[in-house]
Design a protein around this ligand. Structure first.
Ligand code: HEM
Length: 303
């Protein structure tokens, strides 16, 4: 099996994200079109070797059974929505998610056009967003994002299903966050740093004992019942327009459980009333759960 390159890709400069829903009667044509996707990824990688292109297509929880009856990734489930007063992480399902990443904006755009041509007449484009590298891999809140991501071979261990008929695939969660920038920028830098549990200019992690129970890195560093670290591979990138900015958050993992537990820990107050204070300064506008099968699996499903 060959995992789609976008799952474990190293950070790069540009991204284009597309969300589609399938038009009525489109399912068979979509399965055939998706079978051609691995060849498209290969064509783009070979035609523009300097661009570090990586592609990723993932299929939504709600449409999976219609596209691929009797072949469901065992843990695929709906997006685990959260609601705590004004702090919400909604579920907004989509049928297909594409992440098109490249160090060249033009090559990412060529990939968009090829995907659009492949799916013409059988899908409806529901959301489109461009991601970009901001400074030295910072989120728009000004903090370096991705530092504690798994590195090297650990990326595949964390992100890819290791065994069974879906080995090489990945459970994907995507959320579009819009930051409350005016509110965030009013905070003193030390207060911002406490919210992450890391310093801002030089990106140094606080000692564990110095992290507030409300710090983002505290609330997302979780262990399972056996005491093992629960990890995800984050492929997030910032987005921005003239008057709005935020993060396209993307989690890739060999199980949906880790993301679900982390989101719960961010939103639901613990028995002392603590929750992730980052959730006071950014708003999730979408939330969708997908599975990204390996390339041979996708290709084998066409006519
Ligand atoms: C760490 C930003 C949402 C999981 C971090 C860090 C930043 C950051 C700056 C510290 C550096 C690093 O290790 O990457 C953000 C922003 C978010 C967001 C701006 C939303 C707007 C989420 C969500 C999850 C998550 C929704 C999972 C449900 C993690 C994890 C870490 C982390 C696991 C590493 C913690 C550690 O081991 O220290 N995030 N994040 N983040 N974030 Fe987020």
């Amino acid at each position: 099996m060959t995992a789609q390159a976008g799952i474990c890709a190293e950070p790069n400069l540009h991204a284009h994200y597309l969300m589609f829903n399938i038009l009525p009667e489109g399912n068979v044509s979509v399965v055939n079109a998706l079978a051609k996707i691995p060849a498209l990824w290969q064509e783009l990688e070979q035609e523009y070797p300097d661009a570090n292109f990586s592609g990723l297509v993932a299929i939504g929880n709600q449409v999976w059974d219609e596209l691929y009856p009797n072949a469901r990734p065992t843990e695929l489930a709906a997006f685990p929505a959260q609601q705590q007063g004004q702090r919400v992480a909604p579920e907004t399902p989509f049928d297909l998610f594409f992440q098109l990443r490249s160090d060249r904006l033009d090559v990412a755009y060529i990939a968009v056009q090829k995907v659009m041509a492949l799916l013409a007449g059988i899908v409806e484009l529901k959301d489109e967003r461009q991601g970009f590298r901001y400074l030295d891999c910072r989120d728009m809140t000004g903090f370096v994002d991705g530092t504690e991501n798994p590195q090297g071979e650990d990326r595949a261990q964390v992100a890819l299903v290791q065994e069974g008929r879906f080995a090489g695939g990945s459970y994907i969660h995507v959320q579009h966050y819009r930051h409350k920038m005016a509110r965030w920028q009013k905070l003193a830098i030390t207060v911002q740093e406490d919210i992450y549990g890391r310093t801002k200019p030089d990106n140094i992690e606080y000692e564990s004992a110095q992290k507030a129970p409300t710090a983002h890195t505290k609330r997302t560093s979780l262990k399972d019942a056996a005491g093992n670290n629960m990890e995800i591979l984050r492929q997030s990138m910032p987005w921005g327009t003239a008057n709005a900015q935020g993060l396209v958050f993307i989690a890739c993992c060999n199980t949906p459980v880790n993301f679900t537990r982390m989101l719960d820990s961010m939103f639901v107050p613990d028995d002392q009333g603590h929750f992730d204070h980052l959730t006071l300064f950014t708003q999730a506008e979408t939330g969708a759960a997908f599975f990204a099968p390996d390339q041979e699996w996708l290709s084998s499903k066409g006519d």
